[in-house]
Design a protein around this ligand. Structure first.
Ligand code: GAP
Length: 596
């Protein structure tokens, strides 16, 4: 079961979610007036706030509470960045084009839909062609057989030109991460060159997906919340004890390769001890994130961590675990936890010529032997002409790597693909004793990379509930109070006899206390409750005749009814305590039952 196995529109759960999302303003396809463009979505008033609340919850957990920094880099970056990062050469998906209707499709998705193969993206193009032919896979748009159609690589980056003309090509970033890596030299200074440190970014990423599908799940413009944690691979260790006992549902690569394999529950500590998770840093983040997913409303019975199969790893990762949520019977990757090693920093250093490492001071200076050369250029110049400088550089490089090479009478280096032999006495080779205060270290990177849209989609799908209230079916979103776009709906029982004025005063008071409030006086009170239930508003406040001291119970004067969404139970709360009570409920400091 994978994200690739579902039909474009999704099944029942996906369809009813898309319907609710459009009707109630969570999200809808953009530019509908012009026919819409696949893979671009607008978050409506409810969805934009839900997404912001989710991003804030992410910042709170992964930036503020961990003491990391956050930056905001441009979406457009010059071509050189993506030459260095490897995206120009390798950020491809497999494409196959229908000879009859010209529709283009992701070949790996067609294979996953038509066969039992789960991760077809790791297949070679020729192998994919064979599977398409063997299984007589047809074009999903028109049915034409795709056998013998070439499977090619398609680069997913959106290109553009920076300024007029085409002299300065640029790309919309396919991951926010590159905006962090490129600025590493500056960021290391802000971190006072002390490892480990983490840099986060929440921002847009762009991928020209071949087949956008399942509304927010595979789109062409989406928000990522990424953390790049720079660590010294030799000495830095994560605070594993903080998450050691957290239970993780782990679907390791070895289990996936077995016919009957499934996810297995084990604690973070057990997974590290048994070598199921190789990197302690990755294990730490899987543990930290598990608690966070639970808090933001992911149903942990519909959740697992799946390790990438070797052929599935991105060009930069040596190990990667995906957090996957189940929606509609399919697994959706919501986050990738990758061990990127020094891939990015080393490549940016090589391509830019800048320093992408850190000077790490020793506790005590140490004395070491260092081989050096001081070539006699008056001899090398006449012998090697224009190549003399390159020969001198090659000698210096060789002395550092292999000082034993200077033990004979001559030493041979390679320059421009050819061998150059130099008498050792002309190289000025010597081994000096030097005292060093520290060393240069290229940090390794551990990267939790969250897709915000896929999390919004998951949280909404997992919050979607139906029940029967007063003999009528109702739909409600059981969102965590802190995440819900609106915290409280305020209603007058009826908009007359001063009830509306009092309710408007209550709404203003709650807004001034910083709560997200909707005021609604239209239609029957039951309808108003249903409207708030459908957008996940956790509490509704009703002003009635008792509030005004004009009802049957004079002792209820100055109180309002507060109703809880999921249970529909109600309590009376004094207006003067209302904002404080609702804030405490929203934060989770008290439960509704505590209201007495
Ligand atoms: N910097 C690492 C990186 O970008 P990724 O696995 O390609 O890794 C990270 O992407 C997350 O971004 C994914 O787990 C997913 O949640 C989200 N994502 C990736 N492509 C997406 C798309 N086309 N539409 C929506 N979300 C996407």
């Amino acid at each position: 079961m994978s994200e690739g196995n579902s039909t474009a529109g999704g099944n029942t759960e996906g369809r009813r979610l898309a319907e609710l999302a459009k009707r109630r303003g969570f999200f809808f396809q953009s530019s509908g007036a012009y026919g819409g463009v696949a893979g671009f979505y607008t978050y409506g008033p409810q969805g934009a706030t839900l997404k912001t609340n989710l991003e804030e919850a992410w910042r709170d957990r992964f930036v503020t509470r961990e003491g990391h920094m956050e930056i905001d880099a441009p979406d457009v970056m010059p071509e050189a960045v993506f030459e260095a990062s490897g995206h120009l050469d390798t950020f491809d998906d497999m494409i196959v084009e229908c000879p009859a209707c010209d529709a283009t499709h992701r070949a790996d998705h067609l294979i996953e839909d038509a066969t039992d193969i789960e991760e077809a993206e790791s297949m070679a193009n020729e192998a994919a062609m064979e599977v398409i032919a063997d299984h007589e896979v047809g074009c999903p748009s028109c049915g034409e057989p795709l056998a013998d159609e070439p499977v090619d690589n398609f680069n997913l980056m959106f290109g553009t030109n920076i300024g007029p003309g085409d002299a300065a090509p640029g790309y919309l970033r396919p991951e926010t991460a590159q905006g962090i890596f490129v600025e590493f030299p500056q960021l290391a200074e802000y971190a006072r060159n002390q490892l480990p440190f983490g840099v986060a970014q929440v921002g847009k990423a762009y991928r020209n997906e071949i087949s956008p599908r399942k509304s927010l799940v595979r789109v062409r413009e989406f928000t990522q919340a990424e953390l790049e944690h720079f660590v010294d691979p030799e000495t830095d260790e994560p605070p594993l004890e903080r998450v050691a006992d957290v239970e993780l549902p782990l679907y390791a690569a070895a289990a996936q390769q077995r016919e009957e394999g499934t996810a297995v529950e084990m604690t973070v500590q057990e997974a590290v001890n048994e070598g199921v998770i190789e990197s302690e840093w990755v294990a730490f983040y899987l543990g930290l994130a598990a608690g966070w997913y639970d808090r933001v409303g992911v149903d942990m019975d519909r959740f697992r961590y799946r390790q990438h199969l070797p052929g599935e790893l991105s060009h930069y990762a040596s190990d990667c675990w995906d957090a996957e949520s189940e929606v509609d019977g399919d697994w959706v990757e919501v986050t990738g936890f990758a061990y990127r090693g020094d891939y990015d920093l080393t490549n940016h250093a090589a391509h830019s010529g800048e320093d992408y490492d850190i000077f790490k001071q020793y506790d005590e200076p140490v004395t070491v032997e260092r081989p050096t050369v001081d070539p006699d250029m008056s001899e090398l110049g006449p012998t090697f002409g224009g190549e003399a400088e390159a020969v001198a550089e090659a000698l210096a490089d060789l002395a550092g790597r292999n000082p034993d090479a200077f033990e004979g009478n001559t030493v041979t280096v390679e320059v421009d693909g050819g061998e150059r032999t130099v008498p050792v006495e002309q190289t000025g080779f010597a081994v000096e004793e030097v005292t060093e205060a520290g060393e240069r270290v290229t940090p390794h990177v551990v990267e939790p990379s969250f897709g915000v849209g896929r999390l919004v989609y998951t949280v909404l799908a997992h919050a979607y509930e139906t029940d029967v209230v007063d003999g009528e079916e109702r739909t409600y979103l059981s969102l965590p109070s802190a995440l819900a776009p609106t915290t409280v709906g305020v209603f007058p029982l009826m908009d007359r006899d001063g009830l509306g004025d009092r309710a408007r005063e209550v709404a203003t008071q709650l807004r001034e206390a910083g709560l997200a409030v909707t005021y609604d006086d239209s239609g029957a009170i039951g309808r108003r409750y249903r409207r708030q239930d459908e957008v996940g508003t956790p509490f509704c406040v009703t002003v009635d005749y008792d509030t005004l001291g004009e009802g049957d119970s004079p002792d209820l004067a100055g109180t309002v009814t507060v109703r809880e969404r999921d249970t529909t139970s109600q309590r009376r709360v004094a207006v003067e305590e209302l904002s404080e009570t609702l804030q405490s409920l929203r934060r989770g400091d008290i439960g509704f039952g505590d209201l007495g």
